[in-house]
Each structure stands twice: as structure tokens, then as C-alpha cells.
Write a protein that binds this ligand. Structure first.
Ligand SMILES: [Zn+2]
Length: 147
């Protein structure tokens, strides 16, 4: 399953759709229409997609870090950043939000300790820099070292 990779790609700012129930033909039609690259572990799907001239990355590695590095290399990305993140849940764009705007929607302890917030313009989910982001920053640094 590449679901956690999809979430990370969104946080890195890449416009990413994730499907785990769609059939191959529907996925190929959707990728063609939206001009997307298919990233998959499924060899059958990769072959079908390549035969339809869809840019396709067949993931061959196993750990999340290896898979992220594999994608970054095959996409020829030079440097990953968190400068323009998307919502990991819905792929919406994140906008800076002031603490006043979202104060009732975050845990009091977070409101006390954190100054910077972002909110999804589609699903309204609120983000701030916590352990999750710091772990992602560490992973990005390790990946950038290989690019
Ligand atoms: Zn969202």
C-alpha cells in the first residue's frame, strides 16, 4: 500500500490522488484525463499504463524511505521542501491561519505552545509543526542528501 507515501507527497506539495479501490482501467482513464503519473507497486497495472503511454513509476523497493527516494529519482526532483504543503487528507491547498481564526478548533495545550498554523482550504483541517512534521523534515533531509 502506498497510502502513507501519498500523504507525504501531498505534504511535500505534490498534487496527489490516491485510490485503493478503483480498478486498473478506471485508474488509467483518470490518470490520462488528469495528466498524472501513476505510481504503483502492481506490475500488471504498470505494464497496462505504460502501454497506454501514461507516465508510470513501478515501485521496486520496500521501505517507505527507499520508496520516497525511488520516486524522487525517477521524477528527477532536485530538492524536497515543505514550503507549499497540501492537505495530507484531501489534497487541498494549505493557507496560513492566525491563532485567533482557529482558536476554538485546536487543543488548548497546542494553542498555548504553538504560534504558526495552516488550514486546508477544502476540508478545513488544521496543521501545525509538531512531532509528525519534525519526523517528516528529518526524512526529507535524508532524501535530499541522495538527490
Ligand atoms: Zn484537506
Amino acid at each position: 500500500m502506498l497510502g502513507t507515501i501519498a500523504k507525504k507527497l501531498r505534504m511535500l506539495g505534490f498534487d496527489t490522488q490516491y485510490y485503493n479501490t478503483i480498478n486498473d482501467d478506471e485508474l488509467i482513464i483518470s490518470a490520462k484525463k488528469e495528466e498524472r503519473t501513476i505510481i504503483t507497486k502492481d506490475q500488471m497495472l504498470a505494464v497496462k499504463a505504460i502501454n497506454q503511454d501514461i507516465p508510470t513509476i513501478q515501485i521496486l523497493t520496500h521501505t517507505e524511505k527507499e520508496q520516497m527516494i525511488e520516486i524522487a529519482h525517477k521524477m528527477s526532483w532536485k530538492k524536497l521542501t515543505l514550503d507549499n504543503p497540501r492537505c495530507s487528507i484531501c489534497n487541498g491547498m494549505l493557507q496560513k491561519a492566525s491563532k485567533q481564526e482557529i482558536i476554538g478548533m485546536i487543543p488548548p495545550k497546542v494553542a498555548e505552545l504553538v504560534q504558526e498554523f495552516w488550514q486546508c482550504d477544502k476540508c478545513s483541517h488544521i496543521y501545525w509543526v509538531g512531532t509528525h512534521i519534525r519526523n517528516l523534515e528529518r526524512l526529507i533531509a535524508e532524501i535530499n542528501d541522495t538527490l
